[in-house]
Each structure stands twice: as structure tokens, then as C-alpha cells.
Design a binder for this molecule. Structure first.
Ligand code: FES
Ligand code: FES
Length: 223
């Protein structure tokens, strides 16, 4: 065997034998290197980059185990679940907790917003969130929003802000997250907050009306 051929075979064999854990460890090194490489600005930015790099390393270390057990709160209920490192949060919610409101329209590439859930107060795409990153997280899905009888549900019904309803859980969670952080949004705020959600039935005109009315109902309930 020639030296060149021997080298090629060794390289191929090396990749073939690479375990998921080794791969993630290597990926962590690459990501860490990239982050450190971008630390060329102010000291504040450096500190922020460093803490993000630390967080990324922690996440990758956690996600590099074959399976791990995480604890999280979903719609007020406590869960302790074993997760595979390649599971998405969407998969975890649908398959392990039976909450099927996070949908998949775009094939899980972060393009449609139909899988949106609220995680620690912020709307996130559950198809692009690794389940192993969610230890200790507080998650809210459309089921939880309906269960707490949030006015956004009635206003969506009143304004016919859906047709087939497939995209609706994603819109409702994005809208609820907006109202949690901004109880008095403008129409532009609503359009901005829902900008990542797509609807193939084309109900876009109705969403701002529904969300603005829910804001009014919430304000009335508080006054
Ligand atoms: S399934 Fe489309 S953004 Fe998540
Ligand atoms: S209501 Fe059908 S996809 Fe939005």
C-alpha cells in the first residue's frame, strides 16, 4: 500500500470511528476558537464574548454525554426526563410530554415559527433548541396559555385569526411573550413580534387586531 493511500484510509477510518461525544467535543473546540478570535473590541464586549463562550462550552459538555437526565417545568408541571443529545426541545415536548402544540412546518430549519414556545420568558424556536440545553428551564406552550385562560385565546377566536390552525400555536406563544414583556404594544410592535411566524392560510391581517384586543383586556383586568 502506498503511503498516500495508507494516510487516506487512516483518515476515513478516524472519522468513521468518531463517537458523538468526540464529535461534540471537537465542535466545542472549534466554536470556542471562533469566539476567542472575535474578541478584538471593547473590554465589555470581551467579557460578554467570554461568558457566551463559557456558556457554549458548558452546553456542549452537557450535550456531549450519550444521554442525560434533565429537570424542567412545562406549563407549571415538573418533569424529569432522560434525553438523547440530538433531541430538539420540540421532539421532547411532543414525544415525551404529549404536548403537541409545537408544530413542524418547515422541516425544523427555523424558517416558519410554528414550533415556537416560551422558554424562561422568551419566545424560542423549539426545533432549533437542543433538549439537553433545557435543564432547569421554565417552558410555556400554547396548551398552558389556553389552560390559564389567557385573553389572547378568546381574542384569536373572536377575530378569526386562523383558518386551519396549524400555525396558530406558534403565533399565540409569540403574542403571549410580547404581552408579557410589553403590556401596551403598538400595531408595529405586534407585527414585529410576529414577524418570524408564517401562515400558509394567509390570516395575517387578523393577528394585530387579536393581539391588541388581548392587551386591552389584560389592561382592563389590571385596572
Ligand atoms: S419547525 Fe419551522 S421554525 Fe421550527
Ligand atoms: S391558519 Fe392555516 S397555516 Fe395559518
Amino acid at each position: 500500500m502506498s503511503e498516500k493511500k495508507g494516510k487516506e484510509e487512516k483518515t476515513k477510518k478516524g472519522f468513521g470511528n468518531l463517537s458523538r461525544r468526540d464529535f461534540l467535543k471537537d465542535a466545542g473546540l472549534v466554536i470556542g476558537g471562533t469566539t476567542v478570535g472575535s474578541m478584538a473590541f471593547t473590554s465589555g464586549a470581551q467579557a460578554q464574548h467570554k461568558s457566551e463562550a463559557d456558556k457554549t462550552s458548558e452546553t456542549l459538555a452537557q450535550c456531549s454525554e450519550d444521554t442525560i437526565t434533565i429537570e424542567l417545568t412545562v406549563n407549571g408541571g415538573k418533569y424529569r426526563l432522560r434525553v438523547e443529545p440530538n433531541w430538539s426541545l420540540r421532539q421532547l415536548l411532543r414525544d415525551e410530554t404529549g404536548l403537541t402544540s409545537p408544530k413542524d412546518w418547515c422541516g425544523g430549519v427555523g424558517a416558519c415559527g410554528s414550533c415556537t414556545v416560551i422558554m424562561n420568558g422568551r419566545p424560542v424556536l423549539s426545533c432549533l433548541t437542543l433538549a439537553c440545553e433545557c435543564d432547569g428551564a421554565v417552558i410555556e406552550t400554547a396548551e398552558g396559555i389556553a389552560k390559564e385562560k389567557h385573553p389572547i385565546i378568546d381574542s384569536y377566536i373572536k377575530w378569526n385569526a386562523f383558518q386551519c390552525g396549524y400555525c396558530t400555536p406558534g403565533f399565540v406563544t409569540s403574542a403571549k411573550a410580547l404581552l408579557d414583556r410589553n403590556p401596551d404594544p403598538t400595531e408595529a410592535d405586534v407585527r414585529d413580534a410576529l414577524g418570524g411566524n408564517l401562515c400558509r392560510c394567509g390570516t395575517y391581517q387578523q393577528h394585530p387586531k387579536a393581539v391588541l384586543e388581548a392587551a386591552q383586556v389584560l389592561k382592563g383586568a389590571k385596572s
